[in-house]
Design a protein around this ligand. Structure first.
Ligand code: ATP
Ligand code: MG
Length: 575
């Protein structure tokens, strides 16, 4: 490809709505064009990167026996009714001309389970691993950061089908390994962490995180034992000993106008660690439960749901809060609830100390000196707060967790029989008995990985693509195309590199050299070859983009071999 023909509309200005580096650079480099919030067209450079990542994923999936299929974007509602997922909030829903309900596929467990239940009925047909690389649609409440969180995006989604736990474990580990290989080959530092299974359900699951400051997720890890988990998921060991505080007399005090924890703290002149937050929630069965955590902590809803054991819990709506507390929203407390049947779950941490300040279930009032278990009945002591840096490691006794920011680029699950039971995907074992198939699902965001790679690799001049996923490996920059010698050497080198199977871009536009260097830096081609004034001395200059060592002068006749060798070395670094 020659830049004189390449369609890559680069911009000097940073797009107004783009906060993340990857979003800015994808737009500025002419990789993508925004169509609507969270929806993008890929332009030629962007699509090349997309396809390189897809190809790496495909090769790794094929390496352990994956078979590629392609399922539709349009999914009939009945299929999602079977698994109970037709009311998932991010679904895009539509009707056809005959008023039949459809969804745009947000992930394809139901569609693939329907394939398998139709054709797989014997133990002899498994293990089976099917995958696709396909467009997904999700009406994300907050599309952001360009390709990081789109409403339309590309996912590799694989699905495993097995007859027994050992085989499921094998395929899970194979996928785990394949994910590691994918991120290594893409030149990305990743961390696999234990994660919350979320809406998909199932048991063991891991997220793959690219560690960068701009990541949305917090991960916690222990340097002593290697434990790593999404902060949403990380467990917190229960206190082994706690000193009971001497009882103090409880009283209600007026706290006019103080609604938030900060306002209450400054009004009463206490630290937030001396407060208890009482969070009224609704369980999936409709019952109302209260979760109590220290004032400076966050209630973790997935953990709380597991602790209550009646399906997912959500924050209760205002009407419910008013009904059970007998007070406006913002003053809930565990003592004197209007509805005394509300079960109160208390975070383990509150075993320590006592004499806390809580909401008084009255407008503009708080209650002082409240101690769980003494001042009110505790249904159960539980681990329901979100872990933070500094917490003790749940796996080893002496580690302390440290935090980092990450972008979730992959998520793998052992689903077990959730979908096969719901949808009747059964097989006959060698004794002729029928059992539900054991499933796993494995999702990797291709488009998100593309953006995460930029978050991890950029500088003030633009993108620094790892060579494996760069749109081109080498840019030959002809400084002055009006100079016949430069032009013809440029063309010769271009032909020779193509011959050597190097992905090469010839920068042959009639622009000032400065503009060309800027653009090649911006779009991030990893190896740059400059054909310029040095030609009068018989040399071209070869160097890595942004390298501190600068460029090396190489005799023209050696240039093709030298550059090919450099490409080979750079490729090898990524394995
Ligand atoms: P998130 O927590 O970021 O919303 P998720 O947990 O809903 O993602 P999964 O259902 O696990 O995502 O999807 C598998 C992979 O697909 C994710 O690890 C991520 O790489 C990618 N992905 C999910 N949602 C998006 C999105 N809106 N835009 C781009 N990629 C996405
Ligand atoms: Mg996920």
């Amino acid at each position: 490809m020659k830049t004189s023909q390449l369609f890559f509309p680069t911009l000097r200005e940073v797009p107004k709505d783009a906060e993340l580096a990857s979003h800015q650079l994808l737009v500025r480099g002419g990789f993508v064009k925004s169509v609507a919030a969270g929806i993008y067209s890929y332009l030629p450079l962007g699509w090349r990167v997309h396809e390189k990542i897809s190809q790496i994923v495909r090769e790794e999936a094929n390496s352990f026996g994956g078979q590629e299929i392609h399922m539709p974007v349009l999914v009939p509602k009945e299929l999602l009714d079977e698994s109970g997922r037709s009311s998932v909030p991010v679904l895009f829903a539509l009707k056809d001309k005959n008023e039949r309900d459809f969804f745009l596929g947000f992930t394809h467990e139901e569609v693939v389970t329907d394939i398998v239940r139709s054709f797989v009925n014997s133990w002899k047909q498994m293990p089976l691993y099917l995958y696709q690389i396909q467009t997904k649609e999700r009406d994300e409440p907050r599309p952001r950061g360009g390709l990081i969180r789109g409403r339309e995006f590309t996912m590799y989604d694989g699905y495993s089908f097995d007859t027994n736990e050992a085989d499921l474990e094998t395929i899970y580990r194979q996928n785990f390994r394949a994910y590691e290989r994918v991120f290594q080959r893409c030149g990305l530092d990743y961390l696999a962490v234990e994660a919350d299974p979320g809406a998909i359900g199932g048991s063991e699951n891991h997220e793959f995180m690219i560690l960068t400051e701009s990541g949305e997720d917090t991960v916690l890890r222990c340097d002593s034992c290697g434990y790593a988990a999404n902060a949403e998921r990380a467990e917190i060991p229960a206190l082994t000993s706690a000193e009971p505080a001497a009882p103090m007399e409880s009283s209600v005090v007026a706290t006019p106008g103080a609604h938030t924890i900060d306002e209450v703290c400054s009004f009463l002149r206490v630290e937030s660690t001396r407060l208890i937050k009482t969070i009224v929630c609704a369980a999936a069965d409709g019952s109302v439960v209260a979760g109590l955590v220290r004032g400076d902590r966050d209630l973790n809803l997935p953990k709380f749901g597991r602790a209550v054991g009646r399906g997912a819990v959500e924050l209760a709506d205002a009407a419910t809060v008013i009904r059970v507390t007998g007070a406006p929203v913002g003053f809930a407390g565990p003592v004197g609830l209007a509805d005394e049947s509300v079960e109160i779950y208390v975070d383990n941490e509150l075993m320590a100390g006592g004499n806390y300040t809580v909401g008084a279930n009255q407008n503009d009032a708080h209650r002082l000196n409240v101690t769980p278990g003494r001042s009110f009945k505790v249904k159960r002591w539980v681990d329901i707060r979100t872990a933070v840096a500094g917490d003790q490691c749940p796996r080893c006794s002496d580690g302390i967790l440290a935090d980092a920011r990450g972008i979730e680029v992959g998520h793998i699950f052992k689903l077990g029989t959730k979908y096969s039971k719901d949808m009747g995907a059964l097989f006959q074992n060698d004794l002729g008995e029928k059992h539900p198939v054991l499933m796993g699902c494995y999702g990797l965001g291709v488009s998100r990985t593309m953006a995460a790679a930029i978050e991890a690799h950029n500088d003030q001049n633009g993108i620094a693509w790892p060579i494996s996923i760069a749109p081109y490996e080498v840019a030959i920059i002809v400084a002055n195309v009006k100079d016949d010698a430069q032009k013809s050497i440029g063309l010769e080198l271009y032909a020779a590199l193509k011959e050597h199977r190097v992905d090469v871009l010839l920068e042959d536009r009639e622009e000032r050299p400065g503009v060309k260097f800027k653009d090649m830096d911006l779009i991030g081609i990893p190896i740059q070859v400059v054909v310029g004034k040095g030609l009068t001395e018989g040399v071209v200059e070869v160097g890595l983009r942004g390298s501190a060592e600068g460029r090396t002068r190489i005799p023209v006749q050696d240039a093709a071999v030298h550059v090919t060798e450099l490409v080979r070395k750079e490729r090898e670094k990524l394995g």
